[in-house]
Design a protein around this ligand. Sequence first.
Ligand code: HEM
Length: 227
Amino acid sequence: MNRLVRLFRTSIGRKLVVAASGVLLLGFLVVHAAGNLLILKGPDALNGYADWMQGHPLLWGFRLGLLGLFGVHIVTAVRLAHANRAARPVPYRRIARLGARLPGRLMVVSGLLLLAFLVFHLLHLTARVVAQSGNPLLDDAGRVDVYGMLVAGFSQPLIVTIYLGAMALLGLHLVHAIEGMFQTLGFNHDSYQTLIRVLAPLLTLLIVGGFAAIPLLVIGGHLHGGG
Ligand code: HEM
């Protein structure tokens, strides 16, 4: 047990924690984007899916687990970045060009901005206390009208801008994160490099594209009406 605690205090231990929690968060993003895309099948499919999730006995267990994952991922990543900066020898710091420091900083800054987006997103679509102006809350079957809520939300250019900005940040964060994750988890042999360089942007594009499609389709007038 002591060895495990000691491992998590080392740089490699922290990297493993960030990578492993990152893989699980990535899994959540894939499932979340796929679930959201049910909007393409219409109000019944999306509202039915959301209703099933809301009534699921494991909902709060899942939410707590997700909260823990986000917490561990963010706190460990910030600590790691801090420790890396502190451990850097002075001569390196003097000669460091912006290019050498950019990826690490980019990850922390984009990660913290994504956290701010997540807070906004939860207030917007889960707690439904911001930017909700009189759209119907229930569909004809008496379920929460998530479809109508998304159409109403993404008919507002400001909301679309916020979401698309956040998706651009998510893309930036994910493409570096996925590359780093593979390396930390041991896929760092030369023969994996090409695969990683193709897989990281491809997976990022799929996730970000899946999310961004929804505000773009709504504001473009391709999805309208509620349940
Ligand atoms: C255009 C992009 C997105 C759309 C349309 C969207 C849509 C939604 C909707 C409709 C809900 C509420 C579900 C319900 O209460 O029934 C929700 C919840 C949530 N979203 Fe998103 N989302 C998007 C992007 C994201 C991103 C990028 C993240 C993570 C960084 C994220 C994380 C969450 C979380 C953690 C919840 C709460 C889940 C729960 O209630 O247990 N979402 N999202």
